[in-house]
Design a protein around this ligand. Structure first.
Ligand code: NAP
Length: 277
């Protein structure tokens, strides 16, 4: 039986792994489907303390894992399929195998929010993507007009990164100002290859019939005017949704699905803790 199982190997999961390992609890750390978490898909991270020149997201997560392993954390590729909190020890099914643990740390983070359009789903990986650093260099995007949707730091980062590949990057945002931090917003708006499109939303991605992205329909939310814009890629960067589906109905959450911590990092279930997003 395990003393501690940690679900998730993003920053929160690996930090929990480091501390529980140093407390000699030999944590079992389960990666889920994305070892290292979302940060592994980021290029340069400029706001992590201790790296004045910035650090590559993948490198940062690799270092965090090595640091936790150095003190006895066991990182295992595996996805938790179901949990039973009604018995002690806590029962988990990990890729079909049973795991028992005295305590559990949920660090499952968050996934990309989607626009919710049928055409978006049908053209995913055919020009619609949620990760510029993963897909931006694909030949299909080279010297072609690209679209980024969103107004936060992620959208700014994606748009800036994509100027390396696209002929022009249209940044489509539903309001008339960016949510992004001042420094990111200024850098983005100063880039001549980035064309902001304010008060606008994407209502359809073309062309499902051709099975690849050829453009988007854009609607101005103030005037309700609609027009089409040619592009070879649509990069959606509109925030995140927490990966907490597995705990629904058992662990207390808010209306957005974020787990509500009690007294720091406890949850409403004894022995179950939460960390990070
Ligand atoms: P975010 O800050 O929540 O921004 C999401 C953006 O998407 C907002 O501009 C929002 O519009 C828009 N949006 C949300 N739902 C939408 C929808 N259905 N349709 C159209 N637009 C929609 O998310 P984020 O940019 O991913 O950033 C998350 C956190 O990570 C932030 O704390 C950010 O600072 C941090 N981050 C930091 C860096 C960095 O420093 N290098 C890079 C990436 C992320 P509204 O503005 O109207 O709400």
């Amino acid at each position: 039986m395990e003393k501690v199982v940690i679900i998730g190997t993003g920053c929160a999961g690996l930090t929990a792994a480091l501390y529980t390992a140093r407390a000699n609890l030999k944590p079992l750390v389960l990666t889920g489907t994305m070892p290292g978490g979302l940060l592994t898909t980021t290029s340069i991270v400029e706001n992590f303390p201790g790296f004045p020149e910035g650090v590559d997201g993948y490198d940062l997560m690799t270092r965090m894992q090595k640091q936790a392993e150095r003190f006895g954390a066991r990182v295992q590729f595996g996805t938790v399929e179901s949990l039973d909190f009604s018995r002690r020890p806590i029962q988990l099914s990990v890729d079909g195998d049973p795991v028992e643990t005295e305590s559990l740390i949920i660090a499952t983070g968050a996934g990309h929010r989607r626009l919710g359009l049928e055409s978006e789903t049908l053209l995913e990986k055919k020009g619609v993507t949620y990760c510029a650093t993963c897909d931006g260099a694909l030949p299909m995007f080279k010297n072609r007009p690209l679209v980024v949707v969103g107004g936060g730091d992620s959208a700014c980062e994606e748009a800036t990164y994509l100027t390396r590949f696209g002929s022009v990057v249209h940044l489509i945002h539903r309001r008339d100002s960016l949510r992004a931090s001042q420094i990111m917003a200024e850098r983005t708006l100063a880039n001549p290859k980035i064309k902001p499109m304010w008060d606008s939303v994407v209502t359809e991605v073309f062309d499902v019939k051709k099975d690849k992205v050829s453009g988007v329909r854009v609607k101005n939310v103030k005037t309700s005017q609609e027009f089409t814009l040619d592009c070879a890629g649509v990069f959606v960067a509109i925030g995140h949704v927490p990966n907490t589906q597995l705990f629904k109905g058992v662990i207390n959450m808010d209306e957005n699905g974020y787990i509500i911590p009690v007294e720091g990092s406890r949850t409403n279930i004894p022995g179950v803790f939460v960390a990070g997003d």
